[in-house]
Design a protein around this ligand. Structure first.
Ligand code: SF4
Length: 275
């Protein structure tokens, strides 16, 4: 499926990126089942000598544990496939971020899947879980967080302090992003690295972030910012990493429209508070 079709369907289709993460999850479940099976079977003969019911108790415990793991994986898979908040998608995002990403990186290595493929897949799954939560924010609480490598390498204007310094010459995507920021009234910040990105988030206190970066920086940014919802868009790197990178502005705008509370709703809620 091409990118525009993906944007139109809200990212619900099972793209290859998502398939990698879900596939690795299935492999992990099978490995987990095999390990528990061995753990139960090996002491099976010896356990009866301690207590005749011990194998049954241990077997039941392992069975319940497996049920729990498979249950979480099923809920995760259906949330991703349907794009709807079935049960506690916010907590699910926590499980994916804190537990499954490191685990999947390890299993991916065993299966010959590169780190960046796992990260890309993780970002897609994270986006799907964020969409399933249906978070909405007013323009002042939504932040567009961009990497410095989007800026044209010969540009002399310093935009990390303020993107207002951009002269909008059109030589890099900052022009389009500045226009989106102006059109929707949302904040736009450019960070040179993870430390500055974290500082910007602390200072601006957004409720929702649309972030653009490479797979590595986006994954760590999503992890660092949790429980804050971060919708990630991976940049394109036609000239290699960290150099004159590009971003799909259409996708950023789609995300903006999806997460922003429309102006008329903001104004009517303000009017209600005043009256
Ligand atoms: S669009 Fe802005 S940031 Fe990009 S090269 Fe032109 S002036 Fe510099």
């Amino acid at each position: 499926m091409d990118e525009s079709a993906h944007i139109l369907d809200g990212g619900n289709a099972l793209r290859p990126q998502k398939r990698i993460f879900l596939g690795l999850l299935v492999v992990t479940c099978l490995l987990f089942t095999a390990i528990l099976g061995v753990l139960w079977y090996v002491p099976y003969i010896g356990l009866t000598s301690l207590h005749p019911r011990l194998p049954l108790i241990l077997g039941t415990f392992f069975f319940v544990l497996l049920g729990l793991v498979f249950g979480i994986v099923f809920i995760l898979a259906f949330t991703v496939l349907l794009g709807r908040d079935l049960f506690f998608s916010r907590k699910l995002r926590g499980v994916v971020i804190k537990l499954l990403l490191p685990l999947m990186s390890g299993v991916g290595k065993l299966c010959g899947v590169s780190k960046d493929q796992v990260r890309r897949s993780f970002i897609e799954i994270n986006n799907q879980l964020v969409l399933a939560q249906h978070p909405r924010a007013t323009p002042d609480k939504l932040l567009l967080l961009m990497p410095h490598c989007l800026q044209f390498h010969e540009c002399q204007f310093r935009i990390t302090g303020s993107t207002l310094h951009c002269k909008r010459c059109g030589k890099c995507p900052i022009k389009g992003l500045a226009e989106l920021s102006e059109k929707y009234g949302v904040g736009l910040a450019v960070a040179t690295g993870g430390t500055l990105a974290r500082r910007i988030v602390v200072e601006r206190r957004p409720r929702l972030i649309i972030a653009v970066a490479c797979e590595r920086d986006l994954s760590s940014g999503i992890q660092d910012s949790y429980p804050l919802p971060v919708y990630g868009v991976v940049n394109r790197r036609p000239h290699g990493p960290c150099f004159d990178t590009m971003v799909d502005l259409e996708r950023v705008e789609w995300a903006l429209k999806n997460f922003l509370i429309p102006n008329n709703e903001v104004q009517s809620s303000r009017f209600k508070v005043q009256s």
